[in-house]
Design a binder for this molecule. Structure first.
Ligand code: GDP
Length: 357
């Protein structure tokens, strides 16, 4: 059960690897062992705050933490704690003093939402991460995992994308404000680690999907959008399904339970520094994705490509060798993951805005 404990355990502090403080480079697979904490603060009673527990990633982290026996979890609804309000966040963390924070709260969305609500995406993400990270440090909390996104990397960087390609070129325009906010989050973690010796870690997930995804066609990412479109096309006996763009961009898709597993794996490994890509290491074209979704959903029509819609970045395949070197890799295949996501979609029957795209 989720509890809101008022008697926090004393937070144990770990010392940061001096190699990483002195060395400005992001840690590579070779240097990862030096960023592992030797102090183990984990037990079923470890007090863990999951910021963003109603979102797709936050809710997956809560499910897995509970399944693993962690019972001292703190979650707050937006009404209970406004993460954009600095004094509320500072007061909350100073009082609760969680042992570990998963910073999964964010304003997220697909290509249309990112490109349209540009001010909201940069402002809300900057203020949430700034409030939480600064308040965590002020409260003496040394363990935090910040969730970013693979769109932080330069639009045209070499593939697969290694962590050290960050800030080596211009960003994709459709999601630049969001990416800038997420890069700031990474730099906040890195800067507090360097100046104050905290142990804040950043993870960069590839495109995620699964339970609690957004199925509003103007807000969503491509995979949930295609699930909804294929499902509705099947029910309405339509002949064709509309895919935005040319269908040629390539994307990598990770089932959200695998993402939650990677986040908890990093917490349990005692990693206290760095930026880690989390993905499957495999990508598909948007056309191939649409065909797989049609297959799973059972829609037998054809595909139509609406080239008035943007393609976005041509490819963003993550190099996942840092996580592999630590001992983690994804489990769920794309076909199985889509089948699970579609089953969840059918069970929960999300209420839709009547938007046509
Ligand atoms: P991105 O990965 O940040 O570009 O975000 P999305 O997941 O929204 O889009 C990925 C790719 O899928 C882009 O090339 C979109 O044009 C394409 N796409 C195809 N059909 C759709 C759709 O119905 N919705 C969305 N969001 N993207 C679509």
């Amino acid at each position: 059960m989720i509890q809101t404990s008022s008697s926090p355990k004393e937070t144990q502090h770990s010392s940061l690897s001096t190699d990483l403080i002195a060395d400005c480079r992001l840690p590579t697979a070779d240097s990862l062992s030096s960023s592992l904490s030797t102090q183990h603060f984990l037990s079923p009673h470890t007090k863990i705050f999951i910021a963003g527990h109603r979102g797709m990633v936050g809710s997956a982290i809560v499910r897995l933490l509970q399944a693993k026996g962690y019972h001292n979890l703190i979650v707050k609804t937006r009404e209970e704690l406004d993460l954009t309000n600095q004094s509320e966040v500072h007061g909350f963390l100073a009082e609760e003093k969680p042992d570990y924070i998963f910073l999964a709260a964010a304003r997220v969305g697909g290509i249309h939402a990112n490109n349209t609500f540009r001010a909201d995406f940069i402002y809300e993400n900057l203020i949430i991460e700034t409030n939480i990270i600064h308040a965590a440090w002020k409260a003496g909390l040394n363990r935090l995992l910040f969730l970013g996104s693979s769109c932080i990397y330069p639009r045209d960087c070499p593939q697969p994308i290694r962590e050290e390609y960050l800030l080596t070129g211009p960003l994709e325009q459709t999601n630049e404000p969001y990416a800038i906010a997420k890069i700031a989050g990474i730099k906040l973690c890195e800067s507090y680690n360097r100046q104050y010796g905290t142990g804040y870690v950043s993870v960069m997930p590839t495109n995620l999907y699964g339970p609690n995804d957004t199925y509003d066609l103007l807000e969503s990412h491509v995979l949930p959008a295609l699930i909804r479109k294929a499902h509705e096309a099947k029910l309405q006996g339509e002949k064709s399904l509309t895919v935005w763009g040319t269908g040629t961009p390539k994307r990598e898709f990770l089932y959200v339970d695998d993402m939650a597993e990677a986040c908890i794996f990093l917490m349990e490994s005692g990693v206290t520094e760095g930026l880690f890509n989390v993905g499957t290491g495999c990508d598909v074209t948007i056309r191939e994705l649409a065909e797989t979704v049609m297959d799973v959903v059972g829609f037998k029509g054809t595909l139509t490509f609406d080239t008035s819609r943007p393609d976005g970045t041509p490819r963003k395949l993550l190099d996942v060798s840092s996580m592999k070197a630590l001992g983690w890799q994804s489990k769920t295949t794309l076909q199985n993951g889509i089948a699970k996501a579609y089953a969840d979609f059918l069970t929960h029957k999300p209420t839709f805005q009547p938007n046509q795209t």
